[in-house]
Design a protein around this ligand. Structure first.
Ligand code: UT7
Length: 360
């Protein structure tokens, strides 16, 4: 048994924050950000992450042509759930009318979509469920420390969802290799979130991303390359049989370095970090949806995906696409209207960063 990807949907909120917008309140420039990262803009959400996930899920369901009642499981891959308890998946199960489904959240940081895709696929392969929705979605803008220019410029909001369905044909995520780099937890962390936060005085609490960009860069390239090579040798698929590479979108330079090491021509690589920045768990489903819209995914294509994130977690996945590359039905799912600019949406977080650094 396999788990074909039969539906896909993305959601990028409408407000856009350009590099020049950031340069109005931070010592940075469009030139620096584009040359070091390839990022030109990012989307900023005016709604909670669950709302972005609802829209992407409804779009993926319409695309697949299934009834929401046929879904057995929804996995919400994310670092930015609305709340810890209850999980965010249950909110999405209810919102999309998946009355026969259960759901759980999965957080392995930026790799959450790939990890969730692996879990959902393996549950279908094992026969315990037949149909699953796997979501990768983030509202990272609320987590950013807008006083830290090395990390705040890198991230954005948005993501997507896919519908998996049991099939006897060899399709979907054929195999995956997931890794954790030992003793690298401190390189990328948000101390204090979760139960540790309960020990803090809530009103004076300020979340500040710990971030060692250069070390992450090196481990990201090495970790993804090792996972890709392990996966290729395990499956017997050769590098030149890969028709499309869909990597995590953190930094254009990371993608280019990895592509060079894997000997992939850039025309085989999906790059959309310029439009969305790093949407963490959202990058791979966004890239998949964009590649489908642009006609870059064709019937029967063999694809490789790779990801890395806090932990540090890494992984690679081998995907065989099915026959269909167009949605069966168009979706009417939309976000509520947004009447603020991206800068207006993040202004309270910018103010709180200012207050925090002035008091230091
Ligand atoms: O999904 C996982 C998320 N993690 C990542 O994506 C991190 C991966 N790492 C990276 O993408 C890169 O390391 C960065 C983009 C974060 C940084 O690029 P870099 O080429 O490694 O720059 P750097 O850290 O060596 O900084 C070079 C200079 C420094 O100034 P000095 O010390 O040379 O005077 C920084 O202070 O650039 C300065 N700088 C900035 N300047 C303008 C750092 N951030 C900025 C900024 N604008 N936003």
């Amino acid at each position: 048994m396999y788990a074909e990807i039969i539906g896909w949907g993305k959601c990028a909120p409408p407000a856009i924050l350009t590099n020049n917008d950031i340069a109005t309140f931070m010592d940075t420039s469009d030139e620096w950000i584009v040359s070091r990262t390839g990022i030109k803009q990012r989307h900023i959400s005016h709604v909670p992450c669950s709302e972005l996930a609802r829209v992407a899920t409804e779009r993926a369901i319409s695309c697949s042509g299934i009834d929401a009642k046929d879904i057995d499981l929804i996995i919400f891959g994310s670092n930015t759930p609305n709340e810890m308890v209850p999980n965010c998946a249950s909110k999405i199960v209810n919102a999309v009318g998946a009355t026969n489904a259960t759901g759980f959240d999965l957080n392995s940081a930026c790799t959450s979509f790939l990890y969730a895709l692996n879990v959902g696929t393996d549950m279908i392969k094992a026969g315990s469920i037949k149909t699953a929705v796997v979501i990768g979605m983030e509202k990272t803008s609320r987590l950013m420390d807008w006083g830290k220019r090395d990390s705040a410029i890198l991230f954005g909001d948005g993501g997507g969802a896919v519908v998996l369905q049991a099939t006897e044909k060899e399709l979907g995520l054929i195999d995956a290799k997931l890794n954790l780099v030992p003793n690298t937890r401190e390189m990328l962390s948000l101390p204090g979130f979760g139960m540790d936060m309960a020990d803090e005085d809530y009103k004076t609490y300020y979340s500040s991303l710990n971030f060692d960009g250069q070390e992450i860069f090196k481990h990201a390239v090495r970790g993804m390359q090792e996972a890709c090579n392990d996966l290729l040798s395990r499956t017997g698929v050769t590098q030149d049989e890969i028709e499309l590479f869909v990597p995590h979108q953190a930094n254009r330079r990371i993608i280019e370095t990895l592509a060079k090491r894997m000997k992939f021509d850039l025309d085989k690589v999906v790059i959309c970090v310029d439009k969305y920045a790093n949407t963490s768990a959202g990058t791979i489903p966004l890239a998949l949806c964009d590649a489908l819209e642009e006609g870059r995914i064709t019937a029967g294509m063999t694809m490789l995906t790779a990801s890395f994130g806090a932990g540090l977690t890494c992984g690679a996945g081998l995907i065989k696409w099915g026959e269909r590359t167009k949605p069966l039905e168009d979706s009417e799912a939309e976000l509520p209207p947004c009447n603020q600019t991206a800068l207006e949406i993040i202004q309270p977080s910018i103010d709180s960063a200012k207050k925090h650094y002035e008091s230091k």
